[in-house]
Design a protein. Structure first.
Length: 94
C-alpha cells in the first residue's frame, strides 16, 4: 500500500539540476533516489541533508533547517486525524 502511495503522490528527485540548485541556494544536500511529496518540496529549510533512498510523504508539511534525515527512511506516508485527544491506534482499536 505504501508503494502505491509513493507512486501516485511522491515526486522523485531525479533532476540533477534541481539537486544542484537546492544545494547552491540553500545548502540543502539531497542524495540520490530521494522522493519528496510535491507539497513539501518548497518547504525544506537551509542546510538540511536527506540521505539516499529516503521518502518524504504527503503528511510532512515542512522540513526544518539544519535537519539530517537518514538514508532508507519513509517519513509521513499518510496523514491522520488530529482532532482527537490522541492519534494512537491503541485507543481507536476498541
Amino acid at each position: 500500500m505504501i508503494k502505491n502511495l509513493i507512486i501516485r503522490y511522491i515526486y522523485p528527485i531525479q533532476d540533477e539540476l534541481l539537486r544542484k540548485r537546492m544545494f547552491n541556494l540553500y545548502g540543502v544536500k539531497i542524495e540520490k533516489n530521494v522522493s519528496i511529496d510535491k507539497s513539501c518540496i518548497n518547504n525544506i529549510g537551509k542546510y538540511t541533508f536527506i540521505g539516499k533512498n529516503a521518502t518524504i510523504g504527503p503528511a510532512t508539511s515542512q522540513i526544518g533547517s539544519f535537519c539530517s534525515i537518514a538514508p532508507d527512511v519513509i517519513i509521513g506516508p499518510n496523514s491522520h486525524d488530529i482532532s482527537e485527544v490522541t492519534t494512537s491506534t491503541f485507543i481507536h482499536a476498541y
